[in-house]
Write a protein that binds this ligand. Structure first.
Ligand code: ZN
Length: 298
């Protein structure tokens, strides 16, 4: 099968999955990891979900695909019976903000960066996935937005939501539980997975590298990182992700400069020494990652 066909096949699979998600999805069993008495991570079908619980109520970071709201709500209720007061979106992608409508209707206040709200509101074409994303309904839109950062004073600590310059998209934020020494990174860091530079949502390669550098400057050897996808981990894996991003983008840049087509780059591919660690989602995802880097280059 030609590589581009592989990408198309993947897109079809995702599209089917997405259309199937509209409130008719099969139940998802969320796996729970406890990080502290007030912090949990839920691993569902897609983006990792951070959960802060305590006497002030619950707030969550990201809310998976559309269609899984009941399952996610039930999984959270097993941790705490308090109401979910806030939902923070790390960015606008449908695998992180797809549950917004469900939780918005249920009364949660949705928070995101200004640009993430704009993209949710308008929808848009994801060139890396050849996918049209529809405008989100009113109930799914963030009610509170911020430009650079904001702080939530809940459950015994000051939690900062911090914007990074255009990286994975142009509306990425990470969430820093400074006292707990835990960060939910959104998709500016993926653990063991090739990156996506969503240039059609304003993402950039240099910004992606800079975002990883921003994380590395903040964290220490004890920091626990909740990646956008993959298991909870520490600083060494962020450093490895950053270095892989630099290596991969340099290689793809050289190939593009030499006149290689996207198909030739994907067919090459320039990842032989990287695949053991990073090709955990398989060749279709690797092709999408390469496509995103190739397309983000000048
Ligand atoms: Zn994303």
């Amino acid at each position: 099968m030609q590589t581009l066909e592989l990408v198309r096949t993947w897109v079809v699979v995702v599209s089917i999955a997405l259309s199937a998600c509209a409130h008719t999805a099969d139940p998802v069993e969320f796996k729970v990891q406890k990080l502290s008495d007030t912090l949990y991570v839920l691993f569902g079908d897609s983006g990792n979900i951070g959960v802060s619980v305590g006497t002030d109520g619950i707030f969550i970071i990201d809310d998976d695909y559309d269609g899984y709201g009941d399952d996610l709500q039930a999984a959270i209720a097993r941790i705490s019976d308090q109401p979910i007061r806030y939902v923070i979106n790390t960015h606008w992608h449908f695998d992180h903000a797809g549950g917004n409508e469900y939780f918005g209707r249920a009364g949660s206040v949705i928070i995101a960066h200004d640009n993430a709200r704009e993209r949710l509101k308008s929808g848009g074409y994801l060139e890396t996935h050849d996918l049209d994303v529809k405008p989100a309904p009113h109930e799914a839109l963030p009610v509170i937005t911020f430009d650079n950062s904001m702080t939530l004073h809940l459950n015994g600590e000051a939690t900062q939501v911090i914007y990074v310059e255009p990286a994975h998209t142009d509306g990425d934020a990470f969430v820093w539980f400074r006292d707990s020494n835990v960060i939910h990174t959104g998709d500016i860091f993926l653990n063991g997975v090739y990156p996506l530079v969503d240039y059609s949502s304003g993402g950039t390669i240099n910004g992606s590298i800079a975002a990883a550098d921003t994380l590395l400057a903040l964290i220490n050897d004890q920091t626990r990182l909740i990646p956008g996808h993959g298991p909870v981990t520490g600083k060494a894996d962020v450093k490895a992700f950053r270095d892989m991003l630099v290596t991969l983008s340099e290689r793809v840049a050289a190939m593009k400069k030499n006149g290689m087509s996207l198909d030739d780059v994907i067919a090459a591919p320039p990842t032989a020494d990287l695949d053991d660690r990073w090709n955990t989602w398989g060749d279709d995802w690797r092709a999408i990652s390469l496509r995103s880097i190739y397309g983000a280059l000048p």
